[in-house]
Design a protein around this ligand. Sequence first.
Ligand SMILES: Cc1ncc(COP(=O)(O)O)c(C=O)c1O
Length: 384
Amino acid sequence: MTLSLHPPKAYLNHAGASLMPTTVRQAMLDHLTRESVLGGYNAADAMASELDAVYRCAAQLLGCDTDEIALPTGNASGWREVLGCMDFGPGDRLLVARSEWGGNYAALTHIAQRTGARVEMIPCTADGTLCLSHLAQMIDARVRLISLTWLPANGGLIQPAQQVGALARAAGVPFVLDAAQALGQLPVDVRQLGCDVLTAPGRKWLRGPRGTGLLYVRRDFMPQLKPRTVDQFTAPYRDGAYHLRADAKRFETSEACMAARLGLGVAIRHTLNLGVETIQAKVRERAERIRHALSAIEGVQLQDIGTERSALVAFTVDGLPASTVRAQLMAQGVDVAVNGLSFTPLDMAARGLTDVLRASPHTDTRDEEIQALVSALTHLIHLH
Ligand SMILES: Cc1ncc(COP(=O)(O)O)c(C=O)c1O
């Protein structure tokens, strides 16, 4: 059966899941063929050096060493693996910014309920950016974690991750950085950022497949993380006992979709070849064009915060729920995302928002796609 697919006129949800380059898709298809002909294990053996190379590319992209990289199945899976290895107790303080990713906030709230720790919000400046001087004042011996979402799921904001890292390092507080919307969009150097842990999915700005992710854990931070359980992969059997691996693969499982991993490797190389600075400049330029165009439409409100803006453009339409707008835009072939309260609950509640629309272009977003968004929005506002 041949697939009959109708691509949207405008795909503006690269922050959700971007479109894979043909080379990524081909690498996956080739490996699926290999698996179906040779068997899964033999296929992996045949591609062993390419599979190893995925870790090397990932380390190059992040500015770390290969043994500090694990390949989880997404952002949350890596983040959870690490948080699950940390011990918290009554009175411990876990700090987040107002724009923390809802999934992390949910997990931290759950940890707090179980352990008696407290999740505290770092105050922000008038434009929504985390306030560094407040953070410096908040840090004391009871602060056991700073969890920062570098680029929130919507709203344009870019948090000062490197400055937060410097404060965390100076105080010896573990710093976990969610780079889900940053990796592939901004240059990332984990040593400069001063983070102990960084997480990102493959499917967003890196344009890799779904079900892939990157997890960086600083080598010297690894001994502080105590896994609740191990298996034959994370703690290989040697000399009559199981020994926890020294590298970040201790956060992986032995079973994984190798086709997706190979696809991720190709996506990372694609990003490295294009150059992250080039990608950053292009996506910003397109996002600014979208902001400019939307600000000229009566009835559309830009909902971006921050001063330096990412390529995630948030907006609302007066009098219309975001889900209605999205459905009507989709009917006209324009794909944007809806972010509800659960994505950035603290930020949305503080700003009195219940949902926003999010348009996110990538390097190859065409002028016609931006124009299609503008026309479709103008059309639907006239209808209502
Ligand atoms: C900032 C941020 N963090 C985390 C995630 C969750 O990523 P995943 O679904 O790969 O776990 C998202 C997803 O949109 C996100 O935007």
